[in-house]
Design a protein around this ligand. Structure first.
Ligand SMILES: Nc1nc2c(ncn2[C@@H]2O[C@H](COP(=O)(O)OP(=O)(O)O)[C@@H](O)[C@H]2O)c(=O)[nH]1
Ligand SMILES: [Mg+2]
Length: 201
């Protein structure tokens, strides 16, 4: 049987392998916690192209409301997470700023979906990344990174602010916590499986 990329089928599988390698993007605006999340759950030493911010990038990356951030991602983070005997996620952390759009052309290719990290205190900063996700037509779930000291936002307030569909999953996470980060990816994968099942029905 021939079929397109789907978690239910054998796409992306090396011949003879029981495992399905799934490419997933972890996206979000500057300082939302992408590097932290991939670092908290990757089984391999995460590859990060985080670099010390220069005064040049300070002008480009908005530091307002961001404390203790002295590095910035110039390209991407990469990590791996085995979810089950069948499914291995390859995580690509990509910056959500429009100036990285050429990177997105490569990142989005073959990706099954995306986890969008949002900071409830800086929701407007997520509009750019929401536009990119829409441009590339990626299925996604939203993870609210609940930084210490932020008031708890209801998921429904975030759904409204970001104009999300009723079925789009929203979870609240602490990107530093492995269990909560893994849980967000499980939520995303379950949603992608459901979408794939509907498409193949
Ligand atoms: N308190 C708290 N700090 C966080 C959390 N997630 C990330 N951070 C911090 O926020 C800053 C930005 O995170 P980073 O992962 O570099 O963001 P990126 O630009 O999206 O890769 C870093 O100083 C992190 O240590 C969180 O859930 N809680
Ligand atoms: Mg980063």
């Amino acid at each position: 049987m021939v079929s397109g990329p789907s978690l239910a089928e054998d796409a992306y599988v090396r011949s003879g392998s029981e495992q399905t390698a799934v490419k997933v993007l972890v996206v979000g605006h500057f300082a939302v916690g992408k590097t932290t999340l991939i670092g908290s759950l990757s089984e391999i030493t995460p590859l990060s192209t985080e670099e010390h911010m220069t005064s040049f990038s300070e002008k480009v990356d908005d530091l307002k409301g961001v404390q203790g951030k002295t590095t910035t991602t110039v390209a991407l983070d990469f990590g791996r997470l085995t979810l089950s005997e069948r499914i291995v996620l390859y995580l690509f952390g990509s910056p959500g700023q429009q100036r990285f759009v050429s990177l997105w052309d490569d990142m989005a290719r073959g990706a099954l979906g995306a986890l969008i990290l949002v900071d409830p205190e800086r929701l407007a900063d997520s509009f750019e990344v929401m536009d990119l996700i829409e441009t590339y037509g990626l299925d996604f779930a939203v993870a609210i990174n609940q930084f210490d000291g932020t008031v708890e936002h209801t998921t429904e307030a975030v759904r409204e602010a970001l104009d999300l569909l009723p079925e789009t999953p929203i979870v609240t996470i602490d990107a530093r916590d492995k269990e909560s980060s893994v849980n967000a990816l499980i939520t995303l994968v379950r949603y992608l499986q459901k979408r794939a099942a509907l498409e193949h029905a």
